[in-house]
Design a protein around this ligand. Structure first.
Ligand code: ADP
Ligand code: NA
Length: 329
């Protein structure tokens, strides 16, 4: 059975892009993989997090994952900072990865923008920590949204250089598992930016704790054009907002973009948004409800994460200890 590693930042309330790009896949992959799921709090602090909020978001995130169908008994769910192997291997990878490789990472450019000098060093070496997260478990498959593709290529470059430098085939190559539909969900306010839980505008995203009325309002206010839905996908080519709403509908309903257009072509966005709202509410409302129930018992969630961390540590510790030996520590 192949081992999966995947992470999500407890830097806010998970949003629909996290769900379609990652969480829903995680749930399905549990059937035939050994899964390690991580709340990556060390990644989250690469940008400022209020300590109390970080703690709160970690628990909310854990509850949402359980409510979405993650099985923390059969698989592993824990937070990153609880297993020191991540930080130790990340330091080694900081010394393996080349500056030139990191300079090519588009996520850093997107996040840092023009004000590059004022960001944390952590934000810059983020991809090295991500490589450590995965390779500390020698995981071979990583379900992520399309935004993480470049970071996984870097992970493979790091594994290869480590193996070459130390003269052993130690770390495996990893494969990205990227969902075909809605691999990149875009902001509801700006079709050129990805939907993100850390976007300052809560109107830009559907959060997995939103109730039906909030979801309806956000979709009603989502930016669109004045056109109608075209007959085929080429008619969405230069209409990012329209394309985004159609692909969200497709991903949630299990249809292709073409099938959605077959059903809705010729419609304006008024009726299409109403149909989309129904599809989103059907999927998200039960998760929001279950999440609020799970959050009633924080002690149970904390205990569950603690147990997950111990099981994660049992896998990662010997692998990272071996890597440290290869380095000469
Ligand atoms: P965020 O930007 O919301 O903080 P994370 O960095 O925590 O997201 O990413 C968690 C997972 O969710 C990753 O696998 C990432 O690829 C996926 N993901 C995040 N945003 C999107 C999006 N807009 N569309 C598709 N997948 C996404
Ligand atoms: Na993020």
């Amino acid at each position: 059975m192949q081992r999966i590693f995947s992470g999500i930042q407890p830097s806010g309330v998970p949003q629909l892009g996290n769900y379609l790009g990652a969480i829903r896949n995680w749930v399905n992959l549990q059937a035939d993989h050994e899964c390690v799921f991580c709340l990556v709090d060390m990644h989250a602090i690469t940008v400022w997090q209020e300590p109390a909020k970080l703690r709160e978001h970690t628990l909310t995130q854990a509850a949402i994952l359980l409510a979405s169908g993650i099985d923390a008994q059969r698989h592993i769910l824990f937070n990153q900072s609880a297993v020191s192997a991540h930080a130790r291997l990340a330091w080694i990878f900081n010394c393996v990865a080349r500056l030139g490789w990191l300079n090519r990472m588009t996520q850093f450019k997107d996040k840092a923008g023009k004000d590059r000098e004022n960001h944390s060093a952590g934000l810059y070496v983020y991809p090295n920590l991500m490589a450590a997260d995965i390779l500390a478990y020698k995981a071979t498959r990583v379900p992520v949204g399309e935004d993480q593709k470049q970071h996984l290529e870097l992970t493979n470059d790091i594994a290869q250089k480590f193996n070459h430098d130390y003269g052993v085939e130690f770390f495996p190559q990893v494969e990205a598992l990227i969902p075909p539909e809605a691999a990149r969900v875009m902001s509801l306010r700006d079709g050129t930016k990805k939907m993100s839980k850390s976007d300052p505008s809560a109107q830009s995203r559907i959060e997995l704790t939103d109730d039906a009325d909030t979801i309806a309002l956000k979709i009603r206010r989502a930016k669109t054009d004045t056109g109608v839905l075209p007959e085929d996908p080429s008619g969405l080519a230069d209409r990012p907002e329209a394309r985004n709403l159609v692909s969200i509908y497709a991903a949630l309903s299990g249809k292709t973009v073409q099938q959605v257009l077959d059903l809705h072509q010729g419609q304006g966005f008024g009726p299409f948004k109403a149909a989309l709202t129904e599809v989103v509410v059907n999927e998200i409302a039960p998760i929001a409800l279950k999440t609020s129930q799970l959050l009633q018992d924080e002690t149970h969630l904390v205990q569950m994460l603690h147990n997950g961390a111990q099981r994660a540590q049992a896998i990662a510790e010997p692998i990272v200890a071996e890597a440290e030996k290869l380095v000469g520590f």
